[in-house]
Design a protein around this ligand. Structure first.
Ligand code: X2X
Length: 337
């Protein structure tokens, strides 16, 4: 018995020796998973496809990124994407700051209502010291951040009627996701917020389990949200969720510095491309949504101020959790944009 075991061991050792040089050459995995919530043709999914294409091109086909949308690698549970990326269940991801905020509280910064009035304000944050502080927070949680993208300014839709002042939201059931911050925002407005994944949102809207939701125009349009009775849309631009391109730490460490630089630059390029595309599409999306019979309400500055004033408690509640220094750095960057 002993003899037989040692023969097997010898054979196994010989096989391993034979295999090691081959493994040494084949440094790449057959496939690297890239998780997103939304697929193409949503801008988010397009960003992921673009990243995969650029990595394919620039590695001469050696590094194979495969996009897994609909948060399918975490069974649709989008707020579990960050832990899965951290633990290595996922290799790469492009995640919304909303979905990763349960694990990285600093990401709630972008969800503070009416913090960022325009695109320049978003860019002042992501492109400056604030963005570096945010990336440092992501890194501290064990994930490697690489680049920024953008889901977009989130606008409010509902099935009941025009919303142009906070009292119009009274008692309205609104689907939100990701962070309890959103519950505080909608509670402050007198609404009745309910947390659920994107996968559950459209069914909940169609049965009337909820009356409204908030998402960028691209999401509203491409997902045909008008079909489930959402015929009123308020452009209140109350927040925008940037997207973060990121890598699992061990996967990242498995690449040479040259490959790392290439993959990161591909993420930066895909992100800039996606941000530009999705911003440029807003006017035509607005027209297309209106053509579908949706009433779009644009708010005056005075009307926006009413919503902002009604949600100041969210800042008091959340500034300590986000970090006072980070919030202050962001405010200064926006003031000086
Ligand atoms: O679930 C949403 O609303 C979505 C698709 O916008 C996010 O993943 C944050």
């Amino acid at each position: 018995e002993k003899m037989r075991n040692s023969t097997i061991l010898c054979a196994a050792a010989a096989m391993m020796l034979a295999v090691i040089p081959i493994q040494g050459l084949a440094q790449y995995k057959n496939e690297y998973t890239v998780s997103t919530v939304l697929p193409a043709p949503f801008p988010w999914g397009e960003a992921a496809e673009r990243w995969a294409e650029l990595v394919d091109e620039r590695s001469n086909g050696e590094i194979n990124f495969k996009v897994y949308p609909n948060a399918e690698l975490v069974s649709g549970n989008q707020t579990r994407e960050f832990p899965a990326l951290r633990s290595g269940v996922i290799d790469f991801a492009i995640g919304s700051t909303i979905n990763w905020s349960p694990q990285v509280p600093e990401l709630n910064l972008f969800s503070l209502p009416f913090l960022m009035p325009d695109y320049e304000a978003i860019d002042a944050l992501t492109g400056g010291e604030t963005g570096e502080m945010i990336f440092e927070a992501v890194r501290a949680k064990g994930v490697v951040p690489l680049a920024w993208g953008e889901n977009g300014f989130r606008e409010l839709s509902n099935s009941n009627g025009v919303i142009d002042e906070p009292s119009d939201l009274e008692g309205m059931k609104i689907r939100v996701v990701g962070s309890p911050l959103f519950e505080d925002t909608f509670n402050a407005l007198g609404a009745n917020p309910t947390q659920m994944s994107w996968a559950d949102a459209k069914p909940a809207l169609s049965t009337g389990a909820v009356d409204g939701q908030e998402n960028p125009l691209s999401v509203f349009h491409i997902a045909n949200i008008h079909e489930v009775g959402q015929t009123y849309l308020t452009r209140w631009h109350y927040m925008a969720d940037p997207l973060i391109f990121a890598a699992n730490r061990n996967i990242w460490a498995s690449f040479s510095p040259e490959d790392q630089a290439m993959i990161k630059q591909a993420a930066v390029d895909a992100g800039l491309w996606e941000i530009e595309q999705s911003r440029a599409a807003v006017p035509s999306l607005r027209g297309a949504i209106e053509e579908r019979g949706v009433t779009i309400t644009e708010l005056t500055d005075e009307q926006v101020a009413e919503f902002r004033d009604a949600t100041t408690s969210v800042y008091e509640e959340w500034t300590p959790q986000i970090g006072a220094e980070l919030v202050e750095t962001a405010r200064e960057a926006i003031a000086n944009r």
